[in-house]
Design a protein around this ligand. Structure first.
Ligand code: MN
Ligand code: MN
Length: 331
């Protein structure tokens, strides 16, 4: 890890800096810390939430009181610290981005296809259907569908956010659509992916929570009012990306620690591994590594934790090489 970090500094990386200004080592080190916390937060939220996936808040209260320990189980009968598709698809995507040196739809489709062949513990219906279509057609862009508004593309957006850090909103949006459309070619999914990735980037660049909300969540709701998360509490969020985002943003903006945010969202039940993963990603980016409870870090599957750390650093390094928009395919 130390070697990678020194490499990051030595290359005078400028992701996150204003144009014409190189990020200082202190800024680089803060960004690497928050990017790593985002990836570990994603995996921790997934591992914690999976225990109560598809339960209602009332059922969770009856069984756990407040669910706040990584104990495995759930309908997938996981080992404590084991993660699900939210984390493993993110890692598969991150690996493809690093291998290609850019966000590439075909490389992402191949990576997801290989991931599906390896028999993951869980897989979304839309992901499965459109990967099977990809096998037949070879087209890494799924057909557009107003029904494919699940959270399956949003839950794996993190490596795209890190790989395009500091490269501008246009590059970010293009890359989000390229990876998202492999399985979810849908306007609400796109909007959610772009907002989430923008939030991660802004947190990693040190923006305040108020600024992050104003620059990402507010425009999302302005363009697609269905996402409005301020009206009523979203309990039991389904896999519909709108409900997922509402639960996550409510938990993120109503709490002031990593732990409170993730505990809040998974105790809402429903698609709790995915809301946990997305909330953990945002809270990790917001609060940094020191804010993640050590008892959760210790429980997380060791191989997964190591992959999260390595990918976070390597994706930041890649982002500093600058955009390659002409080489982003599939948009
Ligand atoms: Mn899952
Ligand atoms: Mn899920």
């Amino acid at each position: 890890m130390q070697g990678l970090r020194e490499m990051l500094w030595a290359r005078n990386l400028n992701a996150g800096a204003k144009p014409g200004r190189i990020a200082t080592p202190r800024e680089r080190s803060a960004m690497a810390d928050q990017a790593t916390a985002a990836f570990l937060g994603l995996a921790i939220g997934d591992a914690l939430g999976a225990t109560v996936e598809f339960m209602t808040p009332r059922e969770i209260r009856q069984e756990f009181g407040v669910h706040c320990e990584i104990v495995g189980g759930g309908w997938l009968r996981l080992k404590p610290g084991q993660v699900t598709d939210d984390t493993t698809m993110s890692l598969a995507l991150g690996e493809a981005i690093l291998a290609e040196g850019r966000v590439d739809a075909r490389a992402a489709a191949e990576a997801f296809d290989a991931w599906m062949r390896a028999k993951p513990v869980d897989i979304g219906n839309t992901v499965r259907r459109n990967l099977i279509t990809y096998r037949k057609t070879g087209n890494p862009e799924a057909p557009a569908s107003e029904h494919d508004a699940g959270n399956g593309a949003a839950m794996r957006i993190l490596p795209v956010a890190l790989a395009t850090l500091g490269q501008g909103r246009e590059v970010l949006a293009t890359a989000c659509r390229a990876q998202g459309h492999v399985t979810h070619h849908n306007i609400l999914s796109d909007a959610a992916c772009i907002a989430l990735a923008g939030m991660v980037q802004d947190f990693v660049r040190g923006k305040s929570v108020e600024d992050v909300e104003r620059a990402n969540a507010a425009p999302l709701v302005a363009v697609h009012p269905v996402f409005d998360y301020t009206v009523k509490p979203r309990d039991n969020p389904s896999g519909f990306v709108v409900e997922t985002i509402q639960a996550v943003l409510q938990a993120l903006f109503a709490t002031e620690t990593f732990e409170d945010c993730v505990v809040d969202v998974v105790n809402r039940g429903g698609d709790a591994d995915t809301t946990g993963a997305i909330a953990g990603m945002l809270a990790g980016a917001r609060y940094g590594l020191d804010a993640i409870p050590v008892r959760w870090l210790r429980r997380l599957d060791r191989g997964v934790a190591e992959s999260c750390r390595l990918q976070a650093e390597a994706l930041l390094t890649l982002s500093a090489k600058g955009p390659a928009p002409e080489r982003i395919r599939g948009d």
